[in-house]
Design a protein around this ligand. Structure first.
Ligand code: ADP
Length: 265
């Protein structure tokens, strides 16, 4: 707990005295600490590719000026670093847009089953590259929720992309959709969308922190796969905006399951 203590001299009619107020400012302290950490993380994430770009530009203008083979190699790395920055800026913008809209309930009628199919088709080539197969179960259309199509597309894209990136090479990826007439916690009908992979899984200690911004279990692998560390934070915000829930279940060696539950209708 962090206390802020304010003291003031008071004069109640003829009695004089001192009033001391204790106010618990821990939540405010925490919020500003989270903001400071976020700015520090963003700066670090941007500075790393920027430093690499500046270094390579200097080399291209100097030692590698007359070396076409080195130039080609360095340009390729520079392009990769620039793409990394582009992805980071794109995810930061998404996060800030979702946060600013969090209190506004989305109202469009969206068919999540059809949307899930469209996302799976779009990610087909990525899965094929990894030798993974999508296994779909549940209805292919006609599951309506009140939602924001672009944001729900982003949720399914991030979860399926993660399943491909962190799942087993050549493994199956389950994409299941199931409706419930009465779902606990929603007080009415709901739909569960579950993405399952056969990857190495995630140790229990990490599970509660996965949706924190920039939290990665294995930073090296995340960066190598082009991750920004913001995907699940964005998913969590969007699901919350849709009055839904995100459940993460995983065990090392057993793969992972990410389930999004949304109220129907
Ligand atoms: P990233 O851009 O690093 O993929 P995310 O926010 O999408 O960021 O995910 C955070 C971290 O959670 C990842 O870096 C990875 O360590 C872990 N993770 C996410 N999805 C999976 C999965 N399906 N299997 C194993 N680990 C995962």
């Amino acid at each position: 707990l962090t206390f802020e203590v304010t003291a003031s001299a008071i004069d109640l009619d003829s009695d004089t005295g001192v009033m001391v107020c204790f106010e618990d400012v821990s939540p405010l302290e925490q919020a500003s600490q989270i903001r400071r950490d976020f700015v520090a993380n963003v700066s670090h994430e941007l500075r790393t590719p920027l430093t690499a770009l500046l270094g390579f530009i200097e080399t291209l203008r100097g030692p590698a000026k007359n070396d076409p083979a080195a130039q080609a190699r360095f340009l390729e790395i520079m392009q990769r670093e620039a793409h990394r920055m582009e992805r980071l800026v794109r995810d930061l913008l998404s996060l800030s847009r979702v946060e600013s809209e969090e209190r506004m309930r989305p109202t469009a009628r969206i068919d999540v089953a059809a949307l899930l199919g469209s996302v799976a088709r779009a990610l087909g080539p990525l899965a094929a590259e990894n030798g993974s197969t999508f296994l779909r179960t549940g209805p292919e259309e006609g599951v309506m929720v009140a939602g924001d199509e672009d944001q729900l597309r982003q949720v399914f894209t991030n979860l399926i992309e993660n399943a491909v990136k962190y799942g087993a090479k050549g493994g199956d990826i389950g994409i299941a959709i199931e409706t419930f007439r009465e779902s606990k916690g929603f007080g009415g009908p709901a739909v569960d969308i579950a993405i399952t992979d056969q990857g190495p899984g995630i140790a229990q200690v990490h599970l509660p922190r996965l949706t924190e911004r920039f939290y990665r279990v294995d930073s090296h692998r995340s960066r190598e796969m082009g991750g920004t560390g913001l995907g699940l934070a964005i998913v969590k915000h969007i699901v919350t905006r849709h009055r839904g829930r995100l459940r993460i279940e995983s065990e090392p060696g057993q793969g992972s399951r990410f389930t999004v539950s949304l109220p129907l209708g």
